[in-house]
Design a protein around this ligand. Structure first.
Ligand code: NAG
Ligand code: NAG
Ligand code: NAG
Ligand code: NAG
Ligand code: NAG
Ligand code: NAG
Ligand code: NAG
Ligand code: NAG
Ligand code: NAG
Ligand code: NAG
Ligand code: NAG
Ligand code: NAG
Length: 797
């Protein structure tokens, strides 16, 4: 083992070189089927021993029909997914509710910052708190299972309509966010669901459709090679399983041409065998397209069962499973395993003991349900207020997830300006209701995205309201224009402003995103470019603030009158308060981009979502294919590998203070003797071979606040793993550590990063194992993926 390290200062800018696009090897014919893996591994309740014994006894006491009841949803229930009660054995049924940032079908519940915002905070503790409070709200509403958090989509494409529900296109950052969220939610007593497994990277054609000639056109197939699956898309799910997640939801799309909810390689082979998942696989709503075949491929729970929406369409399961067992085409042992997988987390989390009843209001809010509901569900009072004091965390986390991208001449923080102009349709209050489920509304601030991942707001603090409150104290005059059409014409737009122009002009932009649709542009919506150019042509101190369900390109970023840019993501209900905290410096910004902002939309063409007029008009059932040819090289891994300059790199974000980094140190801390290239064999546990998570090395750096105000830094650790000739490229560097540290001026602290075996291994497709390769591993510590301050290297073998 060898070490060397030195501290250096590199410039954040990267020279644009001529692009020599390396052609990655790709043979589409290898992705037309997925290997069969049978039989479905049985759970032994590893890590949940007491609960497993309870589940085993419970299931042993059920008839076949009762067991099948546990596996198939019923439409006659108050929740978005319902497992019917079995009164004979005092089982109250299961209530499953959306979603990842709020219990959606509920009144008096909090709307938290989106996963994207949580990721932008890079704060493990705040992400944990969010999970804890989310879990508490689900439980208090009587929901047994929360349908979140999200690691798929991971964020292969910025156009993905659901990227904001999850965390970051970086699997390491998403993996940490998943495990923090899941551990915390389950500590609160609610079952977490890691979704959507796997390759659910686009909304377009996520489900089968009928062509003009009534041919069934199958859902898009995400074609992913084995190494990319392991090192990128599966990685955060491994964290989720290791954290003890109760349930994993299989996705709508196909994977290598086989529907995710009946892909035996993915469910039996990878999830249950390799990762040792002990809980249950739940289908996405309506993602089941076969009966016995899905059960044998590893699906354990069919949701929502018969589909509601006024009539019901059958589920393939229910009485069909009973029949299949009775006629010998499905083993009862498989049914028993499915039932034990479902009941074990229920007992483990103590949901059999005094679990709160279902809020009576849930049913009124349920558009999927078919009335009348089964009267065997246990109902409690309606409209229970479960918000407690969670608004404080919501405000704090949204501020922590706000990223300052540009700040010329200390424009921010604001210092009691005499006049402030507030411009744009994203600044003001909502005018069409507090439940922005499914439309890109013109007027009103954007706090959450749409679809099943949205939340029902109980109030919203708009940026304009919060600014007015704050400005009143300073005697600042706040003038505002919220009409983007009016703002598009600078010759007339500002006639009402006096004195004119204001000292500082705040422009609020928004970008809608929702389940079911992919974005059609990476620009902010509603004429955003025209609006920014209009305000900036008039006001030489223009601050642009974005609320976005994903990344934006910013063609106006270098405009000389755009003096500051703030990416506020999707902040949840305390939006204005958390933003004003940043704008006025009550909170020093520390958020970092959890994705890359390139110069232009065309820079992202390496991983386009599948869509074209030909595909839209096809009569070929199998036409929708999405080849993930870029392999591991998504987001910063692409831009780094091809030496492309970007506007704002992954991990970037400014502060009102400065930090330095020094004393990079690398230590072998493995107590087990010589480090082997292969992990030592060990009994499988949730997360896979437990030795993959042995800490082998520790890297430390010293961080100092060298500026004049207190603030938080997020020192990041990137590794350069060896390239392997003959394989697709390994990223130039990958994130393998981060910590958020708060420091007063002049204060220093040592940050320690644990490097686990998995962190320094490649997935070897031939050996089907995580392997530490011979050679030196580069260590890069810095304040973004391109602001590297200290470098070193080590050779682990
Ligand atoms: C997908 O196909 C590739 C290429 O044949 C294969 O290596 C990989 O194991 C497959 N994965 C699944 C889940 O089918
Ligand atoms: C089986 O169910 C009966 C109720 O019908 C109950 O009395 C008994 O305790 C149950 N046994 C187990 C092992 O759950
Ligand atoms: C497709 O099916 C629908 C309903 O079953 C029917 O009304 C329609 O005529 C069919 N179209 C064609 C082109 O066959
Ligand atoms: C059983 O499956 C068939 C299709 O194979 C379907 O028509 C039927 O409705 C299913 N029954 C139930 C109860 O889902
Ligand atoms: C057994 O039942 C299943 C479910 O109804 C059905 O799909 C299958 O065709 C049946 N098999 C036989 C041999 O009857
Ligand atoms: C966008 O700006 C143009 C002027 O550049 C204007 O004609 C148009 O009405 C604006 N559209 C909206 C939706 O505001
Ligand atoms: C927005 O401004 C345009 C252009 O001045 C105007 O036509 C339109 O009526 C305004 N919209 C509202 C809601 O006032
Ligand atoms: C910047 O703002 C000033 C008004 O303060 C304006 O005169 C100037 O043209 C603007 N610059 C640009 C490039 O729009
Ligand atoms: C910006 O515009 C104001 C007047 O609106 C002017 O006082 C100030 O000097 C300008 N600043 C710059 C840098 O041009
Ligand atoms: C997909 O393609 C169709 C047809 O070209 C187009 O109308 C639609 O807007 C596209 N959708 C996305 C998300 O790009
Ligand atoms: C990127 O730059 C590095 C160092 O200059 C060089 O070795 C590598 O070949 C370049 N990669 C591409 C794809 O141009
Ligand atoms: C940070 O350091 C740079 C360069 O030394 C300096 O220009 C800048 O003013 C400092 N910023 C703060 C907020 O201290």
């Amino acid at each position: 083992m060898k070490f060397n390290s030195k501290n250096c200062v590199l410039s954040g800018s990267v020279v644009m070189l001529n692009l020599v696009s390396q052609v990655l090897s790709w043979d589409h014919s290898l992705f037309t089927s997925s290997p069969p893996v049978y039989p479905s591994p049985e759970t032994a309740g590893i890590g949940w021993d007491v609960a497993f014994a309870q589940a085993d006894a419970f299931v042993g006491n059920l008839t076949l029909e009762e067991k099948v009841t546990l596996l198939t949803g019923v439409a006659q229930g108050p929740c978005i997914g319902n497992i019917a009660p079995i009164p004979r054995v005092s089982f109250p049924g299961l209530c499953l509710q959306d979603g990842p940032l709020s219990i959606r079908q509920a009144t008096y519940a909090s709307v938290f910052p989106a996963g994207l915002t949580a990721a932008a905070s890079w704060d493990k503790g705040l992400i944990y708190q969010r999970g804890l409070y989310l879990g508490a709200e689900f439980k208090a509403k009587g929901a047994h299972v929360a349908l979140g958090p999200v690691a798929g989509p991971l964020g292969r494409s910025g156009y993905g309509g659901r990227g904001w529900e999850g965390f970051s296109p970086d699997p390491y950052l998403t993996g940490i966010a998943m495990e923090q969220t899941i551990s915390a939610m389950q500590l609160s007593g609610v079952q977490a669901t890691a979704k959507h497994f796997i390759g659910n990277e686009q909304e377009t054609q996520r489900n089968p459709s009928l062509s003009d000639k009534n041919v069934t056109i199958e859902a898009v197939s995400s074609n992913i090679d084995d190494r990319t699956l392991h090192e990128l898309y599966l990685w955060p799910f491994a964290n989720a399983v290791r954290a003890g997640v109760s349930s994993v939801m299989c996705s709508y799309n196909r994977l290598n041409s086989s529907y995710s909810c009946q892909n035996s390689k993915a469910l039996n082979g990878i999830l249950k065998e390799e990762l040792g998942f002990q809980g249950y696989v739940m289908s996405d709503w309506g993602a089941v397209h076969a009966g016995v075949a899905t059960a044998e491929a590893g699906l354990d729970m069919n949701m929502p069962g018969p589909m509601g929406f006024f009539t019901t369409t059958p589920s393939f399961w229910g009485s069909n499973l009973t029949m299949a067992v009775n006629n010998g085409s499905l083993s009862e042992a498989r049914i028993d395993d499915m039932a034990r997988r479902i009941m074990t987390p229920y007992f483990h989390l103590g949901q059999d003991l005094d679990y709160p009843p279902i809020d009576l209001e849930s049913g009124d809010l349920n558009v999927l349900g078919v009335q009348p509901y089964l009267d065997t569900f246990k109902y409690g009072p309606a409209n229970v207020d479960v918000r407690q004091t969670h608004a404080q965390l919501i405000r704090e986390l949204a501020a922590a997830g706000t990223v300052l991208l540009k700040n010329i001449d200390n424009t921010l923080p604001l210092k009691a300006p005499k006049t402030v102009g507030v411009f744009g349709n994203d600044a003001g209050d909502l005018i069409n209701g507090l439940y922005p489920m499914s439309n890109n509304y013109e007027y009103g601030t954007l706090a959450v995205g749409g679809g099943s991942g949205t939340g029902r707001l109980t109030y919203i603090v708009s940026p304009l309201d919060a600014l007015k409150d704050r400005a009143t104290g300073d005697g600042t005059l706040v003038q505002y224009l919220l009409n983007n059409t009016l703002l598009s014409d600078p010759t007339t737009a500002f006639a009402s402003i006096a004195p004119s122009p204001p000292e500082v002009c705040l422009v609020f932009l928004k970008t809608w995103a929702q389940e079911g649709d992919d974005r059609t542009t990476l620009l902010a919506d509603w004429n955003s470019t025209t609006v920014v150019e209009s305000v900036a042509s008039y006001c030489n101190n223009t601050v642009v603030i974005t609320h976005s369900g994903g990344l934006n390109v910013m063609p106006w970023a270098k405009h000389p009158n755009v003096t500051a840019i703030v990416a506020a993501h999707l902040p949840g209900q305390e939006s204005g308060n958390s933003l004003v905290d940043i704008l006025y410096g009550d909170v020093n910004p520390s958020g970092k981009l959890p994705y890359t902002i390139a110069h232009d939309a065309t820079d992202y063409a390496f991983a386009d979502i599948a869509n074209s007029t030909q595909l839209q008009e096809t009569e070929n059932p199998n036409a929708w294919q999405s080849d993930f040819r870029e392999g591991l090289l998504i987001d910063y891994r692409h831009f780094d590998y091809y030496n492309r300059s970007v506007l704002y790199e992954f991990g970037f974000g400014l502060s009102y203070t400065n930090f330095s980094m020094s004393n990079l140190n690398i230590r072998n801390v493995y107590g087990g003797g010589k480090i082997t290239s292969r992990p030592l064999p060990a009994p499988i546990a949730p997360g896979g071979n437990p030795t993959l998570y042995d800490v082998l090395f520790q890297v430390t750096v010293v961080i100092t606040n060298t500026g004049s105000v207190g603030g938080a830094a997020i020192p990041q650790l990137y590794l350069s793993l060896p390239q392997t000739p003959g394989e697709n490229p390994t990223p130039v560097k990958v994130l393998r550590g981060f910590e958020r540290v708060s420091l007063q001026p002049g204060e220093s602290t040592t940050v320690t990063y644990d490097l686990m075996r998995r962190d320094i291994s490649h997935w070897d497709t031939r050996q089907q194992e995580w392997i530490i390769r011979a050679g030196s591993i580069g260590v890069h510590a810095g304040f973004s993926s391109r602001d590297i301050r200290s470098v070193g290297s080590f050779s682990p073998l």
